[in-house]
Design a protein around this ligand. Structure first.
Ligand code: NAD
Length: 357
């Protein structure tokens, strides 16, 4: 497939390539849709096997950012960047060259942390461009987004439990948390514990998970056991693609609601399968929008904690609307989420069609 055909498939606006031999940088920025605002999305460093693989990843990820920000009610479009390199090739020159690349787009794309790109790397990018988000608090940024992501996930679990089980409290609920010792997982375990939920947890980090057991009275299980435990809610906080044919067959959960990205191996097929199995799935990019909400307030220079908390708590009502759409249209929740996001983009696009002189 040609690049333009690939762009047309999901209506990408712009794809830009950058090569800097001296800095050993090969990068692609994809801007999917800027109807709502500048395209924000992280920069991923990955040793892609081919340029085609990198291109398809950046196209897929940038479109995902459009829907995530649109559904979260933010004035942001969707974009993403990939650097084709092994993380061992990181250097000041590489990141500063990437910063020049971002700057060249004049603000149409705003970059941030992603897989293999740390806060230190972002600070080097920032030497060359101000179009960066997710900065440390020491330079006026929002700092670690994980607490906000966890708060959004808690709200998502609450509405999902109400919707599916008719319970207004999490007091008698057992939640299985995969990746409990991670940044978001730890915060989520703490919030769930405060709500009175029982926790069953797993993590590769044995020391980290031991602390969760000690602090929150959680029960620890093996990495593969987490899929078949007796819990009403499964909250994935680690890997993608963990909802698949093999795991769905083991689930006793009523609800899947957690912050991990790309939870469904095949969004369409596994979304439908969960619906068939009567398991309520909170679409990942809706429930994990706390991080991008945190970035947004930094970008618009209105970094006020109360506003962010309020917006993050809005994930509760966003999910409620998405569940209503799923019921009304008789579709799986990922289909309803996409519809919800696309509807906002379409409406705002119409509002903005007027020439104001
Ligand atoms: P993290 O790397 O801090 O935590 C991931 C945890 O998962 C680690 O403790 C790791 O040991 C554990 N883990 C890895 N493989 C595992 C396995 N097979 N079984 C059990 N545990 C395993 O990452 P994070 O920042 O907490 O993010 C967690 C997830 O949430 C990711 O999918 C991320 O993309 C998504 N997310 C995070 C944020 C954020 O604000 N950090 C925002 C949106 C989405």
């Amino acid at each position: 497939m040609s690049i333009l055909a690939a762009m047309a498939e999901h209506e990408h606006e712009q794809v830009v390539f950058w090569s800097d031999k001296a800095a050993e940088l090969k990068a692609i920025i994809a801007i999917h849709d800027t109807t709502l605002g500048p395209a924000l999305g992280g920069v991923r460093m990955w040793p892609y096997a081919s340029e085609t693989e990198a291109l398809f990843d950046v196209l897929r990820l940038s479109a995902g950012m459009t829907y995530k920000s649109a559904a979260a009610g933010l004035n942001l479009g969707g974009g993403k960047a990939v650097i084709i390199a092994d993380p061992s090739m990181k250097s000041e020159a590489l990141y500063r060259s990437f910063g020049r690349f971002v700057e060249s787009l004049g603000g149409r794309y705003i970059t941030a942390e992603d897989v293999n790109t740390s806060m230190d790397d972002i600070m080097q990018i920032r030497e060359e461009t101000n179009y960066v988000a997710g900065l440390p608090e020491s330079v006026g940024g929002g700092g670690d987004p994980s607490p906000f992501t966890a708060l959004g996930a808690l709200e998502g679990i609450k509405i999902s439990v109400l919707k599916k089980l008719g319970l207004k409290s999490l007091r008698d609920i057992t939640v299985a948390v995969q990746g409990a010792a991670g940044h978001v997982g730890t915060h989520l375990c703490e919030l769930l514990h405060q709500e009175g939920a029982q926790l069953i947890v797993s993590d590769m980090n044995e020391n980290g998970v031991a602390k969760i057991v000690e602090q929150f009275g959680a029960t620890v299980v093996g990495l593969d056991e987490i899929y078949s435990v007796d819990a009403q809610v499964f909250a994935p906080c680690a890997l993608g693609a963990i909802v698949n044919d093999q795991t769905i067959a083991q689930f006793k959960f009523s609800v899947i609601a957690g912050p991990a990205n790309n939870q469904l191996l095949d969004e369409s097929r596994h979304g439908a399968l969960l619906r068939e199995r009567n398991i309520l799935y909170a679409p990942d990019y809706i429930i994990n929008a706390g991080g991008v909400i945190n970035c947004y307030y930094e970008v618009v220079n209105e970094y006020v904690r109360e506003s962010i908390v309020k917006k993050v708590k809005g994930i509760y009502s966003t999910l409620e609307k998405i569940y209503d759409i799923a019921d009304e249209q008789n579709v799986a929740t990922p289909v309803a989420a996409r519809h919800f996001a696309e509807q906002r983009i379409a409406i705002i696009s119409k509002v903005r069609r007027h020439y104001l002189g």
